[in-house]
Each structure stands twice: as structure tokens, then as C-alpha cells.
Design a protein around this ligand. Structure first.
Ligand code: FAD
Length: 512
């Protein structure tokens, strides 16, 4: 339904070759004393994101030379009062899908340029790292590894910023053990929508702390985060097995995440069309591995791939091998489909970047990405799979589909993130690409497919939640948050009463 609006945004707004910023905005901001700089002309990059469908040009881009630059800019906009249309969007690595880090006519803060918040690792019994909200997870990892340490919970792709993933949740195959990334944060430093700079944690300014975690950037700009660490594993055994039966696949996944002694990482994906880089980029195995899952002859059936890792180092390799064997013996995969590999921990965590490099070289990275990420309650996952994989999705789907279970008890319900109301729920991620080279209808087709999936959930009464949610109307946001809405709106009134922050999420609109 929103497709034509989106097309309009891309075609009309996106085609403005040179943006001339509002002279009033420029002169008002030029009076600000800052350590970094504001750019008024070279702003088109801030109007792009990974989704590649929305282009909302800001009036200015702030390259903050310090945290005080961020605070001074937001405070300035706050003091302009409700008579001004100006908004402020923090931009992490711009890997949003629908313009969430953009600010139409507002100010975009390039968090990656933030200076004065260097990554600092603290050893000790309970090690942690202090890192800038604009730091990329890959760089934080590299710094931590120098101390033999690493964060506990990850996303599949590390070229995202700390502030960007903590504003959503940060989920990957470690979340069943450690919770999402937002369950592994000790402290945040935040610039609120009033321009105040505050420290917050479970003990200090707790309401703001929990509001910002999973808060879609609505309550403040995260300038620094303190993140829990653990000793870094050296190597991982990386294992894949295939199933043709969905029930066995999901029952095994659920059994594995419920065990005390189990794998360190558990994910899974649906294999509908096993050819082509676009379908395999998220699932491509270690390139050195000679046997690819794609070589398995499945007679055209849909396959389900369970992916697991177990950490090890040279000293405990034998014991870990035995543990892996014992775990594998409990599973009901197709016996001839066990694929194993051993890689360094860094190589495993940074695995998607390898595919990024390949896709970029073929011009397939910067294409529209009509992704849909859903959290489906366990009791409805089979109904969902039967309809979606059996009927809605055709043979060829342009992109990987992830499917793995998470457990509610590892999420903190004081944060702003919303999840289904069941102990186990599944992340189902449709990671479609729509390159114009494939055919010019591919974007339209993928968006229609997403709509059909959402319609089916509604009609079948599946009480799912969107992850990386996208809605355009406040009624839809209210439904998304459910009984958490009142609290979300109250917190907005306290920390960003003029609705200045993260306008690209389209939850609250600045009144003028
Ligand atoms: P941006 O897109 O720049 O910003 C996202 C939102 O957060 C915006 O509203 C922005 O205003 C706000 N924001 C940014 N920085 C701050 C800050 N410092 N303080 C407050 N608000 C801020 N997610 C997962 O959970 N698991 C995955 O495995 C995963 N894999 C991904 C793989 C790829 C290839 C891509 C493109 C995305 C993936 N994501 C995944 C989604 C990703 O976590 C989100 O899109 C995230 O928002 C991207 O981070 P970013 O730094 O690019 O944020």
C-alpha cells in the first residue's frame, strides 16, 4: 500500500541533484560554537541508507568533534522551541532500511565521526569496554581482542554502530545464551532531546537507561556505552546440517537452546532457492569448505539448515569434539548433510563482511533491500511456515531467510524493545535484495510478498512483532507497543518533549 509513496520519495526527492539548505537554518546553526563542523551542502550521503528506498535530504550534517558538540546542537534546536521544524537524527552506519536515520530538512549527526570517546577496555573479574555510540562493532571487537576479551552478544554483521544496534536490540545466534545486545550493557551516556548530557544505568537514571535500550533513538543520542565482555574464544567449530522436515528442524533448535551444555551459537535458515549469490550471501559457508550445502540434491524440496558453533582452543579441542559429537547425536538431520569447518573467532564473527565484499564487487550491495524481520511466537511458527514457505513464497526468493528461536527470559522487559508474549519466539528474517538488473518489478514483487506475509499474520491472528519495525501511522505504532505504548509515550514526553529526535522512525511528529 505504501509502495507508491515510497516510489515517489525515491524518484522525486532522490532526484534532487543538489540540495540547497534553508538559509535560516544555516545562519542559526552557524552561530554554534563547536569542536567539529557542520556541513550545509554536502548532505546527500546522509539521505541514503542500506534499504536504498528513501532519500530525505537534511538541511545540515554535523560531524561532531566532541560529545559537547552533540549536546550543544540538540540544545540549540530544543531552545528554538516548538515554532521550529528542525529535527535531529543520529546516523550510525546508515544501515537502516526505511530512512530511520534520516531527517527531512533537519540535522543529521554523523556518529561515526564523533571524537573524544575512544574505545577503552577494562580487564578484571567482570571486564567491560567503554566505546563511542558511533563506534563500529568490528572496531570494538578488534580492540577487545588485543586484551583477549570480546563482547558476548552479537549481530550477524559487525559493520554497524553500537548506538544503531542498541537502539533496536542486536540479535544473533548467541542471544539465546546471553540475551540480545541490549541485555549486555552496563551503562550509557546520552544526550537527551533537551540537550542534557546524562549518564544512566540500572542504578542511575534507570528510566532513561531502559528507555534508550531498544528505544529506536527516541529518547536520546547514545554517545557512549559500557558493554560486558568475556574471555574471547580463539577458534570455533562451525557446523551445518540440513533438514527437509520443518517440525524436526524447529524441535531440534528448541531442544538445543534449552540445554545447559550446548552450542555457543545457534541459528538456522530456510533454503528455497539454492543458487545465486543473492540467495546465499548471508548463508555462505567458509569459502575454503569444499562441500557446500547447495550441492545437496533435494529434489526441489525446501530445506532447513541448522547452523551452530562451538568455541574451542588447542588445549580443549578433544573434549569439545566429544561434546559436539554428543550434541549432534541428539539431532534428527539428514545424515549425509553434516558440514563442518574450523575458523578463528574473528573470522566467524566477521563472516558476513566477506559476502559484502563479493556483493559490492558485483554492484549488488547498494541495491534496494525490502527486508522484513518478524518475531513469531513458538506456538504459531508451524502455521506460519506452512503458509509462508509452502504458499506465499515462490520458488525463487531474492535473498536469504533466517529462522531461529530466542527466549524471552533473556530479554529485560524494562527496555523499550517489544517481543511476542511467549517464552520462545522465532526471528524470521526475509533479507531480500531487489537489483534493477534482475528485473524492474523485483522491488514491487518483494514488497507485495511482504504485505501478503503481514496480511496472513493478521488474518490468522498470529501475535507477532516486527523487529526493526516500520510503520507510518501512530495507530500502528500503538498496536506494535501494545500495553507498553503508554510508557513509551510517557518517556518521550520526559526525554524528548518537542519530538526532535529520530524523526525517520515516524512514531512522533514534531508539531509546528
Ligand atoms: P543507523 O541505521 O544509522 O540508525 C538506526 C536508528 O538508530 C536510527 O533511528 C538512528 O537515528 C538511531 N541511532 C543511530 N545511532 C544512534 C545513537 N548513537 N544513539 C541513538 N540513536 C541512534 N540487526 C540485528 O539485530 N542482527 C543482525 O544480525 C543484523 N544484521 C544486519 C546485517 C546487515 C547487512 C544490515 C544492513 C543490518 C543488520 N541488522 C541486524 C540491523 C541493524 O542492527 C540495524 O539496521 C541497525 O540500526 C543498524 O545500525 P546503524 O549503525 O547502521 O544504525
Amino acid at each position: 500500500m505504501h509502495y507508491f509513496l515510497e516510489l515517489f520519495v525515491v524518484l522525486v526527492l532522490g532526484s534532487v541533484a543538489m540540495h540547497v539548505s534553508d538559509p535560516g537554518v544555516a545562519s542559526s546553526l552557524e552561530s554554534l560554537r563547536i569542536d567539529g563542523n557542520l556541513s550545509f551542502h554536502d548532505v546527500s550521503l546522509a539521505a541514503r541508507d542500506f534499504g536504498n528506498r528513501y532519500r530525505l535530504l537534511p538541511s545540515a550534517v554535523l560531524h561532531p568533534g566532541s560529545v559537547s558538540d552533540v549536546a550543544a546542537t540538540v540544545r540549540h534546536v530544543f531552545r528554538m522551541g516548538s515554532g521550529s521544524k528542525l529535527t535531529v537524527a543520529a546516523r550510525g552506519h546508515g544501515h537502516s532500511l526505511q530512512g530511520q536515520a534520516q531527517a527531512d530538512g533537519g540535522i543529521v549527526v554523523r556518529m561515526e565521526n564523533l571524537r573524544g570517546c575512544e574505545t577503552k577496555v577494562h580487564d578484571g573479574e567482570q571486564p567491560y569496554v567503554d566505546a563511542s555510540g558511533g563506534a563500529l562493532w568490528i572496531n570494538v571487537l578488534l580492540e577487545c581482542l588485543k586484551h583477549g576479551l570480546a563482547p558476548k552478544s552479537w549481530t550477524d554483521y559487525l559493520h554497524l554502530t553500537i548506538g544503531g544496534t542498541l537502539s533496536n536490540a542486536g540479535i544473533s545466534g548467541q542471544a539465546f545464551r546471553h540475551g540480545p545486545q541490549i541485555s549486555n550493557v552496563h551503562q550509557l551516556e546520552i544526550v537527551t532531546g533537551k540537550g542534557e548530557l546524562l549518564n544512566c544505568s540500572a542504578e542511575e537514571n534507570a528510566d532513561l537507561f531502559y528507555a534508550a535500550l531498544g528505544g529506536l533513538g527516541q529518547f536520546g543520542i547514545i554517545t557512549r556505552a559500557r558493554i560486558a565482555l568475556e574471555p574471547a574464544p580463539k577458534m570455533v567449530k562451525w557446523i551445518r546440517v540440513l533438514y527437509s522436515d520443518f517440525a524436526s528442524f524447529t524441535e531440534d533448535q528448541e531442544m538445543l537452546i534449552s540445554l545447559k551444555e550446548t552450542f555457543d551459537y545457534i541459528e538456522g535458515f530456510v533454503i528455497i532457492n539454492r543458487t545465486g549469490l543473492l540467495n546465499n550471501w548471508r548463508s555462505s559457508f567458509n569459502p575454503q569448505n569444499p562441500v557446500q550445502a547447495s550441492e545437496f540434491d533435494s529434489d526441489g524440496r525446501i530445506l532447513f539448515c541448522l547452523e551452530m558453533t562451538k568455541n574451542f582452543d588447542q588445549d580443549n579441542a578433544e573434549t569439545v569434539n566429544q561434546q559436539v559429537e554428543a550434541l549432534l547425536s541428539k539431532l534428527r538431520y539428514i545424515p549425509s548433510t553434516l558440514f563442518q569447518s574450523e575458523v578463528s573467532y574473528l573470522e566467524f564473527l566477521d563472516r558476513v563482511h566477506v559476502s559484502e565484499v563479493k556483493l559490492r564487487s558485483k554492484g549488488l550491495w547498494e541495491v534496494p533491500h525490502p527486508w522484513l524481520n518478524l518475531l513469531i511466537p513458538r506456538t504459531r511458527i508451524r502455521d506460519f511456515a506452512a503458509q509462508v514457505f509452502g504458499k506465499i513464497l515462490p520458488d525463487s526468493n531474492n535473498g536469504p531467510i533466517l529462522l531461529y528461536p530466542l527466549n524471552k527470559s533473556k530479554w529485560d522487559n524494562r527496555t523499550s524493545a517489544v517481543i511476542p508474549d511467549e517464552e520462545i519466539f522465532y526471528l524470521v528474517a526475509f533479507l531480500s535484495s531487489a537489483p534493477s538488473s534482475s528485473d524492474h518489478d523485483s522491488l514491487d514483487r518483494a514488497l507485495k510478498q511482504n504485505d501478503r506475509i503481514l496480511d496472513f499474520c493478521k488474518q490468522a491472528g498470529i501475535r507477532m512483532k516486527q523487529y526493526l519495525p516500520y510503520y507510518t501511522m501512530q495507530e500502528e505504532w500503538r498496536a506494535h507497543f501494545g500495553d507498553r505504548w503508554e510508557d513509551f509515550a510517557r518517556r518521550k514526553g520526559v526525554y524528548d518533549p518537542l519530538y526532535i529526535l529520530a524523526p525517520g522512525q515516524r512514531i512522533f511528529q514534531k508539531a509546528v
